[in-house]
Write a protein that binds this ligand. Structure first.
Ligand code: A3P
Length: 330
């Protein structure tokens, strides 16, 4: 088996090394089947193709980067584990672990070559598994259309692209390299973004794939927008619980449990928990991502504080053109 695995790794490395590469966003990204992805994550995705064993009750949490992944991880964990970990108790796992660590993304599990322990821990997760990913739908092999129709449940969260762009730019600017901060400027980042060159970009294609699938299989994909969740969080938490197969009971609603979930997972609350405020989340090559980087401002429409109207219009134009006729408005 070891030998087989090594062969897999060699094949994967050979595939990745032949892909077109481009520098930007403080890293190099490779173009894999229409999407610009960090080569380490492409390795993870390819490895996933050979090792992932789907379960009928898996819950996939999909998103473009910076569209509310951390929030979604906290919400879905809290909702699906609420009988095991009661809200208000001081042993709730979100009080001692960062949402990104508590509910790690699939690409992270599979990034490390020959690291059986991570794959085994994915196998060891209790059902239903919460499986977050930034993978585009078309790169997720178990989700061929027939298996989606059968059982998969996918929650997709997307976000207004100007806010997502500004959030991404800040996130990348906080990467640390040997103590120094990166210095990509906002204008050049904007040019890259509207060319479709961003991590897991083109941004619009990522959204569109899930959007189209949500129209053809509405029972299997819950398509959410960050802004809608911010303006009516309780309504969306109730929808989420129902979709995840653990609806709130009448008694729970009377007792205000959905409101309590919203409060517990709010930006203000999560960002004030000690474990989310300090320490390193991950060190990839010479790049350090701090745990606090996942909590910046959590505000809708913050782009106006960082971009001119003219810059905003550039993104609006591209999005309008790319989403035309799809019925999706972001
Ligand atoms: P901003 O940079 O606009 O503040 P992701 O989790 O997909 O990486 O997205 C990060 C964005 O979600 C950041 O946006 C972050 O501040 C915001 N965020 C993190 N936790 C949140 C929460 N509990 N509620 C709302 N927004 C949150």
């Amino acid at each position: 088996e070891r030998q087989e695995e090594e062969e897999d790794t060699n094949i994967i490395n050979a595939v990745v090394s032949k892909l077109p590469t481009r520098q930007g966003w403080s890293q190099s990204l490779v173009l894999y089947k229409n999407y610009w992805i960090n080569p380490l994550f492409v390795q993870g995705i390819l490895r996933l193709h050979t090792t992932f064993k789907p379960r009928h009750d898996d819950i996939i949490l999909a998103s473009n980067p910076k569209c509310g992944t951390t929030w979604m991880k906290a919400l879905t964990f809290t909702i699906t584990n609420r009988s095991r970990y009661e809200l208000g108790n001081n042993d709730h796992p979100l009080l001692s672990r960062h949402p990104q660590e508590l509910v790690p993304s699939l690409e992270i599990f599979h990034r490390h070559k020959n690291d059986d322990s991570l794959i085994n821990s994915l196998e060891a997760l209790p059902s239903p598994r919460l499986l977050p990913t930034h993978m585009p739908l078309s790169l997720f092999p178990p989700l061929s259309s027939s298996s989606i129709a059968a059982s998969a449940r996918i929650v997709y969260v997307c976000r207004e692209p100007k806010d997502a762009f500004v959030s991404l730019w800040h996130f990348v600017s906080k990467y640390r390299r040997g103590g120094e901060h990166s210095t990509d400027n906002l204008e050049s980042a904007l040019d890259m973004f509207i060319q479709g060159f961003s991590p897991y970009g083109p941004f619009w294609d990522h959204c569109l794939e899930y959007w189209r699938q949500s129209i053809s299989s509405p029972d299997n994909i819950l398509f959410l927008k960050y802004e809608d969740m911010m303006s009516e969080p309780v309504k969306h938490v109730v929808r989420l619980a129902t979709f995840l197969g653990v609806p709130f009971s009448v008694k729970e609603e009377e007792d205000g449990v959905p409101e309590e979930v919203v409060r517990f997972c709010s930006f203000d609350n999560l960002s004030s928990i000690r474990v989310n405020k300090s320490g390193e989340f991950v060190r990839v090559q010479d790049r350090v991502v701090d745990k606090s980087s996942f909590f910046r401002k959590g505000v809708v429409g913050d782009w106006v504080n960082h971009m001119s109207e003219e810059m905003g219009t550039k993104i609006d134009r591209v999005m309008e053109e790319k989403l035309k006729g799809s019925g999706l408005v972001l």
